[in-house]
Design a protein. Structure first.
Length: 198
């Protein structure tokens, strides 16, 4: 009887970690496949943003046709606005005093070396967050508990006001510290010898 009990305990001990190991291996495998597909999407910027805009249009159609879920729409709009501001902001804010900051800074004079604009939120993460949040918002429209009755024109006016104030502050910041959030590569300068020959 004791031998049977000991054998059962040994089998349970052997079976427990194996089951956990199979489960964790399955999770790791799924995350690797998911990451592989994300990596495949990375170089296709236009396709990615077309897909994100398609999802956003589907969400807006869902809200428009059902005449509800205005709070979810407002929350999604505020989240996308915050993502957009982070996308336009430099990684190291020139407004802060970074005397001992490590990393590249924005050039302040025209004779300084060109440095590309490094964003606080990279383009891929911006796209990924927009897509993920739009999918979550679409799933939220399947539940009536998120369909809170609200007078939607007030939300629209508040969002427009918030957008204008936020963008005005961001544009003033860009003018004050003389940076553009969009660069298309390092500028090319002509050699003085080449210009003197022509």
């Amino acid at each position: 009887m004791c031998n049977k009990r000991e054998k059962m305990m040994q089998d349970e001990d052997l079976g427990g970690p194996v089951r956990k190991n199979v489960f964790s291996q399955g999770i790791i495998r799924i995350s690797q496949i998911y990451q592989r597909y994300l990596d495949l999407w990375t170089p296709h910027v236009i396709s990615r943003w077309t897909f994100a805009l398609f999802l956003l249009v589907l969400f807006i159609l869902r809200v428009f046709i059902s005449q509800g879920w205005y709070i979810v729409t407002y929350a999604l709009g505020i989240y996308h606005l915050n993502l957009f501001i982070a996308f336009l902001t430099p990684k190291i804010d020139p407004a802060m005093d970074f005397d001992d900051a490590e990393g590249p800074e924005l050039p302040t004079r025209s004779n300084e070396e060109f440095r590309p604009f490094i964003r606080r939120l990279p383009e891929f993460k911006f796209w990924y967050s927009v897509t993920k949040s739009t999918i979550i918002a679409m799933i939220s429209t399947l539940f009536d508990c998120f369909n809170i009755p609200v007078f939607w024109p007030i939300l629209v006016m508040y969002f427009i006001t918030l957008f204008c104030i936020t963008m005005k502050r961001q544009i003033k910041h860009m003018i004050k510290y003389r940076y553009l959030p969009f660069t298309h590569g390092k500028p090319k300068y002509q050699n003085h010898e080449d210009t003197s020959r022509g």
